[in-house]
Design a protein. Sequence first.
Length: 223
Amino acid sequence: MYKILIIEDDLTIANTLKEHLGKWDYDVSCVTDFKNITEQLVRFDPHLVLLDVVLPYFNGFYWCDRIRKISKVPIIFISSAGDNMNIVMAMNMGGDDFIAKPFDLNVLTAKVGALIRRTYSFQGKLNLIEHNGVILNLSDASLSFNSIKIELTKNEYKILQLLMENAGKVVSRDDIMQQLWESDNFIDDNTLTVNMTRLRRKLEDIGLSGFISTKKGIGYMIE
């Protein structure tokens, strides 16, 4: 089942869209926290986003730019501001289509279906893991935080994947080394320490000091 995230401040419109698209067997979710939209996007992991221009705190152009820094998910703008300037801005910020309000629900549904078919007949979804605003992209082994994106080595990526998948739990050094061995890398205890030091230095450089904590004699943890 394809998933659609609706980013729309007007609850009447949002609920109407959710109900209508649900009848077409889409799994639909509506954003409720307009300060932390990217975090909700990562958690829901949609196939497509319906995004209004006028939103609380920051407008849709801002959020489209933020989303594009971490994901290639198709984005359709829906807005009463349907003048050429807004349409051009939407496309320049990374939008895939623009539908002006008021719109026909059947036309919108047809556009949603066409965009999903075009997108996912050629490529799969990007897989993302999010924790406290930190986003690990499993497709390209990159990490994003506060609009800053860094590339990770194979070992750094494997370490972070394991720790973020087990956030709130202590992961032993043996479990981490086993994870790295499975990816055809022979890692001993000293090599793991070196990798962890380099990874922490990278995280500190983007404002994530203390993101990985050491549990003495046990292992590591992301809280």
